[in-house]
Ligand binder design. Structure first.
Ligand SMILES: [Zn+2]
Length: 388
């Protein structure tokens, strides 16, 4: 086991995020980032991390935020409020699982910037009260825009996030496939490979503001699981990006840039290992855990078919009750168990398994309302405002 990273358990932010991602880069592992759309899926992720001594990332997409809010809430702030609700759930429960969690938000295209603004507003409010942002990290994905515009918008937002030390993940070049309503299935194959110059131009623009950023460079990766197509996954291109940046910077570090990988579902073990060895510190997992969650339920339904056709009546008798089968806590749990198994598979593959010995809290030792104490200077300000 590597010397574990010295970060606290629960949702981590700021310098702790940098420390953890640097630990991953230096020790040649990546942290899986699972898309979650409910407390159930978030718990499955944290359970898996806890079971295999792994740090983990939980991410909310725009559509995931909407689902978390409830599908019928059409308010323009619904997706941000839903993502906030998920972050609050994870913040409250993560310490009980005894592992560090990076709370992140997924792809945000230009048209979704109001969603991003909403989450930042929550970060600022949380920061004013507790001295840390609500989320650890956010992704901006302006990769559909011209590079200049993409980078300029990232700079503008990164400046806003820097005082709170929120990690920024940005994308340059295009990830193929379809995700969360953005369809890149017919994009020019050339655009599916980011060049070293593009990656370095992002570094040049963001590094003067802070070092807490990562880049999603496209190397033929595709969202979702498809039949092998005409684009070849080339993770060795990432090594080229690092070498180029190292030379430009005159750096001692062979991997000066934090890279992230999208569209890892369906990739081979070798492809993922090459990507991680090239400085990929985070890999998104969504499609495979979606399937796992469903598959748990599918199996349960198939195995217990005769107990799931009515409230009463099963092979044991026409009046036998079926409540123990259709209670959501039974069948959702089957979905969770299946997802836990799949999450552990990702942690094993990415090498994050057994890098952080789980630190479960002593029974009853955690405050139920598990927020950080209000900094004294802010308390004073609040007291003044209230005339106390
Ligand atoms: Zn993605």
């Amino acid at each position: 086991m590597v010397t574990p990273c010295d970060v606290p358990v629960g949702v981590i932010t700021g310098d702790d995020v940098i420390k953890l991602l640097k630990h991953a880069k230096d020790n040649g592992y990546a942290i899986p980032a699972f898309n979650c759309t409910s407390s159930s899926t978030a718990n499955a992720v944290m359970e898996a991390a806890s079971k295999c001594n792994s740090p983990v990332m939980i991410q909310a997409s725009n559509g995931g935020g909407q689902f978390m809010a409830g599908k019928t809430i059409s308010d323009k702030n619904a997706c941000a409020a839903g993502a906030v609700a998920l972050a609050l759930h994870v913040r409250t429960m993560a310490p009980y699982y005894g592992i560090p969690v990076i709370m992140h938000s997924d792809h945000c295209a230009k048209k979704l910037l109001p969603w991003f603004d909403g989450m930042l507003e929550a970060d600022e409010a949380y920061f004013a009260q507790y001295g840390v942002p609500l989320f650890s990290s956010h992704m901006l994905d302006l990769s559909e825009e011209p590079d200049d515009e993409n980078i300029a918008i990232c700079v503008q937002y990164f400046k806003k996030m820097a005082p709170m030390k929120i990690w920024l993940e940005m994308e340059i070049g295009i990830t193929g496939g379809e995700e969360d309503g953005v369809n890149n299935e017919d994009v020019d194959p050339e655009k599916l490979y980011t060049s070293p110059e593009q990656v370095y131009s992002v570094y040049q623009a963001l590094a003067p503001i802070g070092d807490f950023f990562s880049i999603a460079a496209a190397f033929g990766n595709v969202h979702g699981v498809y039949k092998p197509g005409n684009v070849v996954l080339s993770p060795q291109k990432l090594l080229g990006h690092q070498a180029y940046a190292k030379e430009k910077l005159g750096s001692e570090d062979d991997k000066p840039i934090y890279l992230v990988m999208h569209g890892g579902s369906g990739s081979t073990k070798e492809e993922i290992e090459t990507a991680v060895s090239a400085g990929v510190v985070k890999m998104n997992v969504d499609t495979d855990t979606q399937w796992a969650y469903w598959d748990g339920l599918r199996k349960f339904s198939a195995d217990n078919f005769d107990y799931l056709q009515g409230q009463i009546g099963n092979p044991k008798g026409p009046d036998a009750p079926n409540k123990k089968y259709y209670d959501p806590r039974v069948w959702i749990r089957k979905a969770e168990e299946s997802m836990v198994t799949r999450c552990i598979e990702s942690m094993t593959l990415l090498g994050s398994k057994d890098t952080f010995p789980v630190k479960k809290p002593e029974n009853g030792s955690l405050p139920v309302y598990n927020f950080k104490p209000v900094p004294l200077n802010l308390l004073d300000g609040a007291k003044k405002m209230l005339g106390l």
